[in-house]
Design a binder for this molecule. Sequence first.
Ligand code: S3P
Length: 443
Amino acid sequence: MPNQIKIFKKINSYNKSINVSSDKSLSIRAVLLASQAVGVSTISNILESEDVLNAIKSIKKLGIECKKIGNQYKILGYGLNSFDIKKKTTIYAGNSGTFARLILGLLVRTKKIVKLTGDKSLSKRDFSRITEPLKEFGVNIKSKNNSLPIEILGSEFLKPINYSETRGSAQCKSAVMLAALNTPGITKIKAVSSRDHTEKMFEHLKIPIKIESKKKFDLIEVQGLNQFDAFDYIVPGDISSSAFFIVLTILSNNSKIRIKNVNINKSRIGIITILKKMNCKIRFYNTKIYKGEKTADIIVESSRNIKGINCPVYLNSAAIDEFLVIFLIAAKAKGVSNFKNLGELNTKESPRLNISVSFLKMLGVRVDRNKNDIKIYGNPNLKISKTLHMKNYLKDHRVFMMSCIAALSFIENGEVIIEDKDSINTSFPSFLKILKKLGAVIK
Ligand code: S3P
């Protein structure tokens, strides 16, 4: 089966209502916390993508019972540190940085060695950001070059740590919070603000946690060794998957979309803040609170008169997975846009800052780069009128989806060939189906 698609023309105008795939961060956290709870947790509307399915397979390998009944996953936990590991066990995280980093936090007291492996992209990513703090708890960790495969052997003599998270990485913060669950005493974290789903789930589960939010960082204290009960959770839609349709609609003519029931946690909606500052028409409707998390329908309309932005650095973490498509809006804006301090983008599934710069240049957009800062010279008449071939050597799902959105927004009389269609199975298996429902012609 060819793993490549071709797009020959822009999408026609549409006015539709869609559901996107369920939130990946929440799905993975719900599975991991259910594995440590006491009793049967029921998780509905979980994201059934490779990243989450690898998380489920892995906790099963670690001795947790997990069954799918209808649209629900039932996970039977026996409490903290109740993984049943009889001999050295290997688990496979596939492409998922989130699962790989968070599960390490839950393995700090295991009595047998667990080996963690991943695919080619994940095996290139840095794990020292996780293994360094975990070693401070007293865990034994072996890895070559700070990357996967990693072998971890827990300790019975863990001690709480004081940890300072400076990158704005929710994965680092969450891995330490999960390690704190199995550690006696109080673990203290000072973290640059980043997505706070783990904090919200801890609060909902009544795990002893204190959070003090300062202007630029949060102070978090987690008291360890407190059992918590099983729970029910219904996972809402993913803002990061919605982002592709938000941007497509803004860039298309006379179109409108309603994306239903999406998580709009404040720490995730950097894209909305940024695009509104650029003059784009986006509204929330039907806002609700569910277990501490905000959800809403997102209504987006085509926008003319998009203007450039000096993107405030404090929004970087809240928009971290969305910059690939935010840059497409900047490319079509009137005026110059500045984005700063985006080094973290190069630590993702593929080096996304480098890839974005090359991609924009391939589209004919002027981009000036100074290390981790970029300046995009917008062109309201931006068009693709030649054949472009988008290779995706690390099979990055978001690079594939961004390339589709660029093609459907900008093609005038060219064609865009995009490799690695299967990469969408990582986070958003129904992506192409939804595009076709909106009227996209994709071969
Ligand atoms: C995630 C955090 C972010 C994000 C990733 C999901 C999470 O990574 O890029 O897709 O669920 O915690 P970092 O924490 O490394 O920035």
